[in-house]
Design a protein around this ligand. Structure first.
Ligand code: GDP
Length: 300
């Protein structure tokens, strides 16, 4: 967690610093409030959460009158935590069901960091003492299975793959079967992120899920979202959220953006909590999302 704080503090200083400065001004006229609004929207907070925050801040500031820097920080922290959902349950469901492994399905658009996140998550679960099996259900790109294999070798997870162009559902089934045979704790299935057609995607992911459920339960459906793609990425992610029942978001590349507000807008628009954040390309660059640490890092 210390590392998470340090990493975030380095990459995301604009939102917090700008807001603290604006809110500390003696006179908060409409121009300043407009600037506060623009800062929030510019940091990908999203329009509705921005308006809710500004309205609440205006009321609170009026009540306070003169403000100490600590009060301003406290106000902002409270508002950001309200929008992020400080008490939201962000548990990753990776507990075994008796002898059966937990199953995590990883979905999202290609290039968002699905395979990398799968590898990092495997690393973390293995570190917790689990045996982990990875399923390379992206059978459309040979390179994708090779990349997952590299991660598997790197972190010590077995990788189940199928023939190129084969049936993704059959790979998912085999991975779960292997997980059961090997008494694995968790099976993570990395899926294809082809946004061909919505019905195509729905059929494909639906089938993967149905086939897994012949042998086990799908405990988590993690949607991987690239934090640097902002609102565009969100629109694509929404298609996934419409076709499968997402249970959590893994927000990647937070190390590559100063727009930390994306955490707020993705949760609001997808109705699902951010559970994991990606902070780099290395095997240990994945952290559970902690709102308090995150907001502290934003505010510097
Ligand atoms: P996929 O197509 O969705 O499986 O995406 P990949 O896992 O292949 O990732 C695409 C690129 O993003 C790769 O170059 C990764 O190293 C990089 N990447 C993934 N996650 C992160 C992250 O959290 N931070 C950074 N900086 N790069 C990342």
């Amino acid at each position: 967690m210390v590392r998470l704080r340090a990493r975030l503090a380095r990459s995301q200083t604009t939102l917090g610093k700008g807001l603290l400065e604006l809110l500390s001004r003696d006179r908060l006229d409409d121009d300043v409030w407009d600037e506060i609004e623009e800062t929030l929207i510019g940091a990908d907070v999203g329009v509705a959460p921005t308006q809710a925050m500004v309205e609440e801040l205006r009321t609170r500031v009026k009540v306070l009158g003169s403000r100490t820097p600590e009060q301003v920080r406290g106000l902002l922290k409270e508002q950001l935590l309200t929008q992020i959902g400080a008490d939201t349950d962000r548990t990753l469901h990776v507990a075994k069901h008796g002898e059966r492994p937990a199953v995590v399905l990883v979905v999202g658009v290609n290039g968002t960091g699905k395979t990398t996140t799968t590898g990092k998550l495997a690393r973390s679960l293995i570190g917790d003492g689990n045996r982990v099996v990875l399923g390379a259900a992206d059978t459309f790109r040979a390179a994708a299975a090779d990349q997952l294999q590299t991660w598997g070798d790197r972190v010590g997870a077995e990788v189940v793959r199928g023939p190129e162009g084969g049936d993704p559902a059959s790979v998912a089934f085999d991975a779960v079967a292997r997980g059961i045979d090997d008494k694995a704790g968790v099976v993570i299935v990395d899926t294809a992120g082809r946004l061909h057609t919505k019905t195509g995607l729905m059929d494909e992911l639906g089938k993967v899920k149905r086939v897994i459920e012949k042998k086990a339960t799908v405990d988590e459906v993690l949607l991987v979202l690239d934090a640097t793609t902002g609102q565009n990425g969100m629109r694509q992610a929404q298609v996934f959220a419409e076709v499968v029942n997402i249970t959590g978001i893994a927000l990647t590349k937070l190390d590559g953006t100063a727009k930390g507000g994306i955490v707020i807008s993705v949760q609001r628009e997808l109705g699902v909590p951010v559970k994991l954040v990606g902070l780099g390309e290395g095997p240990d660059d994945l952290a559970p999302f902690d709102p308090e640490v995150f907001v502290d890092a934003l505010l510097g």
